[in-house]
Design a protein around this ligand. Sequence first.
Ligand SMILES: [Zn+2]
Length: 614
Amino acid sequence: MSGLYTDDILDEVARANDIVEVISSYFPLRRGGKDYKALCPFHAEKTPSFTVSPAKQIFKCFGCGRGGSVFNFVMLKENLTFPEAVRVLAERAGITLRRRDGSKGEGAGRGVRQALEWAVRYFESNLRHPTVGQEARNYLERRGFKKETAEAFHLGFAPPGWDGLLKAAQGDNIPVGLLESAGLVVQRDDGSGTYDRFRGRVMFPITDALNRPIGFGGRALGDETPKYLNSPETALFRKAENLYGLPEARPRIGETRRAVVVEGYTDVAMAHQAGVTNVVATLGTALTSEHVRVLKRYADEVVLVFDSDEAGRRAADRGLELFLAEDVRVSVTALPEGKDPCDVCRDEGAEAFGRYLAAAKDALDYKWELVREEFGAATSPAAQRRALEAMLATLGQAPALASGEANVRRDLILARVSQALGISAEALWAELARARRRRPTAETGGAKTPPAAGRGRRWPAERELLTALVCRPSRADDAAARVPPAQVEDTAFRRLYETILARPARRDRDVQAALRGIEDADLASLAVELYERGEGIEACRQEADTGAGPLAQMLEKALAAIEQLDRQEDLATRERAARLAKQDSQALKEFTEGRKAQQGVMPRTATHRDKMGK
Ligand SMILES: [Zn+2]
């Protein structure tokens, strides 16, 4: 994820894109003193609090707190990832990008991109062709597609036959090598040449977030298998990162902060046709955490629409854990047996589809229902135990310091589990902490404190620490030797700390260079806020980098304060663990005496902790 491009490239692209110039190309800026001002594009306001500093090459809104480098601005404004924003700005300045790994990335991809764009036009012209496209047009009509929908999604047709595309490409002087890199043709086994990959299929072009074609999904006209044939993974086409229909759905997702995820390309197109335009689909693969991160940029809430069959259920199950891990509110809806969103939109209309979406269940409720069923059907304590563990594993996916709302939802579910199964909430909390420790994603320090609500007592010292480090990034190593990032409780502070540490070359240069390397828009906003705060502390501007000025003092005080808190908390944790172990061994005793054998679940933590404890 981080550091796709080298520091030199980032600097070059940033130098060629003055932040004032770039932002003025979106809306006018008015000069006020040494900075420029405008109405903020990221929140509604009547008096300008959006400020751009030409000297620092950063922007900052004093209303909504958004801020960062020129890269972060383009990310936010265009809803792009950091590398995408770098690419857009490089293109704007006519710079050829070279990736950190030395591959040309874009440069080499250009020919392939052109081949893909050519193929989109080629397939489209086939669909329009009076005779060639007849069968495909009939199919689309049967499925309820309007002509405008087909055009909006640039649907096309790959005619039957082995070399239609090859021949057309030859006629247009497209090299076969490019077709192969684009995944459009396949080498014959005997090495005697190539043939068209897509034959007799309706073609759905798949684009990246910048709406450039990266691959295709081909839908069979009849019952041939596979129903959908996708482009193979190529340098451009990465199924784990891209979503079908994202450029079309992005405006509406941004407006509503809500995204709907379905399984098929036809489902997306049909939902759009019915007027539900915040719908995207995965590319014939399971949801990945990259997908979730992409959606998280635009949406606060995601609705997963799945088939009501077993496979659909399992997919939903896995999908919801991914979203929980990313602290995105997620709900799940199942359509009636044998129906997909395309059928529902066509046969019952947008309203009906809307009703299914509105009836989506919160992910944890949904999971709890499944677990309850399983638990009810369980014939042995071991089977019950497994059901409970599945529930706790899901709950354990949510970061320990998730948003307040997520915590409330989790607490409600835990209370329900506790009541329904007759297990004490304390024991469940202990189990949950264990489940979280087993969590494969290395969320650092996640399980440290149970339900920390809001800002803890460590927060002020942590803010001082990060303020000092943002203003003096070169001190990050010294600081980490005493208080490593894992010891920082606040998630955002911790991630910012890790980000500063991750790129030593950058942070040794200057503050602006360090800010420029922050890829996450939220972290960049936080960094700018802290930077402004540090700058505001008088006299720190004159302070030499190694001097003992206010910032250095602040850093020292913050480190000492956190070390002190660590010592206190260590003690408290040990006391708490001892208390819990006592309670648990009591619960275990009750359990083994059979008093809870009917509805109880063995509190395995007790045995575990008894062994571990002193
Ligand atoms: Zn704002």
